[in-house]
Design a protein around this ligand. Structure first.
Ligand SMILES: [Zn+2]
Length: 193
């Protein structure tokens, strides 16, 4: 479809009217938060046919000076991935890239690393059910000293007498445990309404 091929449109919002559904796209050469580009288009899915109609606004793109969201050069990506695999921290990676004269802003790099991390390790969000099974799975003390495990957890569900749903767990590495105070683990409490 033309919209995908042009690689510069992102789905923006959808509205449903008496004559069908309109899916609006915004120009993704500008940031989502911020002033939108004048150029826009939408797809119209009329109620009465199976056709899809593409409407293109008459306005031209007006962001010629916002070069900051240019796509990364492939070479930079490879560099970043390499540095990422070396477990360098964000600041260090940025510095190395600067030294190699890649023009990438700190924020661009940060966003890219978020995507890279997701690609390599999967999404960083867990459902409550996944979290609970993770707790069960990690509840046994591991052999290795540096492997994290769950020291205790406590799940309360709505059916219980309490007003809130609670989920607490204390997560720590074995190496720390013995003599150090408990703040060396992570105590998280989730409240779900
Ligand atoms: Zn534009």
């Amino acid at each position: 479809m033309a919209i995908t091929q042009e690689k510069q449109w992102s789905r923006y919002y959808t509205n449903r009217g008496y004559d069908g559904i309109k899916v609006h796209y915004r120009c993704n050469q500008v940031q989502f938060r911020g002033k939108q580009c004048n150029a826009a288009l939408y797809l119209h899915y009329p109620n009465d046919t199976d056709e899809v109609v593409l409407f293109r606004g008459a306005n031209e793109h007006d962001h010629t000076n916002s070069i900051h969201r240019k796509v990364f050069p492939e070479e930079a990506k490879e560099n970043i991935e390499e540095l990422f695999d070396l477990r360098l921290k964000l600041k260090k990676i940025h510095q190395v890239l600067q030294d190699k004269i890649f023009r990438i802003t700190f924020n661009q790099l940060k966003n890219y690393l978020v995507r890279l991390r997701k690609k390599k390790f999967g999404p960083s969000t867990l459902s409550l059910g996944e979290l609970e099974s993770l707790c069960i799975e990690k509840y046994t003390v591991p052999q290795a000293d540096d492997e994290p495990f769950v020291l205790s957890y406590n799940v309360t569900y709505e059916d219980d007498d309490d007003d809130d749903n609670k989920f607490r767990f204390l997560y720590r590495r074995k190496g720390y445990g013995k003599f150090l105070p408990r703040q060396h683990g992570y105590m998280l409490t989730l409240l779900i309404n």
